[in-house]
Each structure stands twice: as C-alpha cells, then as structure tokens.
Design a protein around this ligand. Structure first.
Ligand SMILES: *[C@@H]1O[C@H](CO)[C@@H](O)[C@H](O)[C@H]1NC(C)=O
Ligand SMILES: *[C@@H]1O[C@H](CO)[C@@H](O)[C@H](O)[C@H]1NC(C)=O
Length: 276
C-alpha cells in the first residue's frame, strides 16, 4: 500500500503536465482570468463522475482523453454516449441557439508559450470544433460523421517572437490563458465557437479536438447540447432549470484593465446589463 501511494505521488505530476480537456460547455465569460463554476451552465459528458464542477479546476486529470494512433482502438470520446447517465442536476447538459457564441474553458496544463514563466516555443497545432452527424459516436477522429464547425485558430509561439506578442491576450487557439504565469498548471484558458446558423435544431453531440504537437495524438472532449432555433426557446429551457439566460460577456468589456490591473468600475450601464 505504501509503495502504491509513493508511486502515485511520483507519477501524477508527470501525467498532469501533458493534456487538457473542456471543463464547461456553456460558460458565461469569454477571455476571463479565473474559473468560477457558478458561471457554468452546461457540462461535458460524465462531469459529475469526474468531479469537474466541485473539484479544483484543472486537477481532475483522469478526465483527459487522448486518442491513440490510427487505427484507433480507443473510442473517440472518454465515455460513450448515454444522455441519461452523463448529465444530472449538478452538471446539466447545455442548451444552445443558432448563432450563439459559446465559451469553452479548459486548464492550461503548462502548455502556454510565455517568456516570463515558460518557454517561447511551446507549440499549438490545431483547435477544432465538430458536430456529429447522427446519434452515434463516430468510430474515429477521421470519421465522415464529424462535421467541422469551427477552427479556433492556433496560438503564437516561437523563439523569435517578442515578450509583448507572447504576453498579449486574448490569443487565438489553446493558449488563451491570461493568468498562466500565476499557475501554469491549473490556470484557465477559454475558447469560443459559434453555433452554425444552418444546424438542424434538436439534440447534437459536439466534439472538441486539440492537437498540441504533431507528434502527440489528439485530445478530445465530447458533449451533448439541445440546439434551439431561437434564443427565446433556449431561454425557456434555461429558465425552467434555474439557469441564467444571459449571453456570454467578454472579460475585457466589463473590466477596465490598465497595466495588467483591473481598474473598475467602467461604464455603469454595461455593468447593469451584465448583472441583470
Ligand atoms: C481513418 O483512418 C483509418 C486508419 O488510418 C483508415 O483505415 C480509415 O479508412 C480512415 N477513414 C476515413 C473516413 O478516412
Ligand atoms: C472567438 O474565437 C475566435 C476564433 O478563435 C477568435 O478569432 C475571436 O477573436 C474570439 N472572439 C473573442 C471575442 O474573443
């Protein structure tokens, strides 16, 4: 038993440094600095089982899902589709409307190019969002059932880039982690994607795919969301389940940042909109 504990203690930090996953599938703040579970309205599959909501952000490493090399033996998703068991009152399924901008938080897990606290050459290779055609999980990441709906860009990295470029946020891609240097392991990054206007309303499976380095197999997170044609219909469901109907706001819209310090309040009328 002692040996087992010792192995765990040695093994975890190394594991923790090499992956990521989507923690929330409908977050209220884009480009935010710090995670706040109260801002999360929708969760990925099996979030309660993996303690994504009440665990420390970024510390639930067992939620990571890295594909193997083709032909894939591991499924596309961490857990297979099972809508009844994947969601509950603490970690409900998200609901979207056509054209909605959806914010997705994820832990940094050390993968940000920053000259002050990391290396300039930390790579970022591909950040994509897919929707699944049909009701079954596709076999593999190259399946024709996966329809790409957004390319979320790639973060700047490279030895030749200036400190200023590397420390300027927001950034496209994975490394949009403004407070990375405060906690390289567990700080929060966010992406956003837009729900396509031509998506058929109804329940869909969404898949995030991240290729960190071309030599490392892709990471994925899977979740379901009920997609409505209009915001009014989506709002009705969120109201009925005690969730906020606000649109995601942008951190930099509600905070006045001077030299890296929050200098609030900004325009009170904006704050009024945000706090309802
Ligand atoms: C996906 O990759 C596997 C293994 O390389 C290959 O056998 C399969 O044909 C590919 N499927 C598609 C749709 O490209
Ligand atoms: C949303 O994501 C896209 C793609 O990465 C990016 O170009 C855009 O700047 C983001 N929007 C905001 C407001 O951050």
């Amino acid at each position: 038993m002692k040996l087992f504990v010792a192995l765990l203690a040695v093994g975890l930090p190394a594991l923790a440094a090499a992956h990521s996953w989507i923690v929330c599938t409908d977050y209220l703040e884009n480009n935010g600095w710090y995670w706040d579970e109260a801002k999360c309205r929708g969760w990925p599959r099996a979030a309660t089982r993996y303690n994504l909501r009440f665990g420390k952000f970024g510390a639930t490493n067992t939620y990571t899902h890295r594909l193997d090399h083709h032909p894939e033996e591991r499924g596309l998703c961490k857990t297979s589709r099972d809508d009844d068991r994947s969601y509950d009152a603490d970690t409900p399924m998200a609901a979207y409307y056509l054209g909605q901008k959806v914010v997705l938080p994820h832990p940094a897990n050390n993968h940000v190019a920053e000259s002050k606290c990391s290396y300039r050459a930390i790579v970022d290779t591909e950040n994509l969002m897919f929707v699944v055609d049909g009701d079954e999980d596709p076999c593999c990441i190259n399946s024709t059932k996966l329809i790409q709906i957004m390319d979320m860009g790639v973060s700047p990295y490279g030895r030749e880039l200036s400190d200023e470029v590397l420390s300027t946020y927001p950034k496209p891609g994975f490394q949009n982690v403004p407070k990375f240097c405060e906690d390289p392991e567990d700080s929060m990054g966010t992406y956003n994607f837009t729900v396509p206007m031509d998506l058929q309303p109804g329940r869909h499976t969404f898949v995030w795919k991240w290729i960190r380095s071309p030599t490392v197999a892709p990471f994925t997170t899977c979740w379901e969301a009920d997609v409505f044609a209009t915001k009014a219909e989506r709002d009705a469901l969120y109201l009925a389940t005690g969730r906020s109907t606000e649109d995601a706001w942008d951190f930099y819209q509600i905070h006045n940042i001077v030299d890296g310090v929050i200098m609030d309040p900004v325009d009170p009328s904006i704050n009024e909109i945000i706090t309802g």
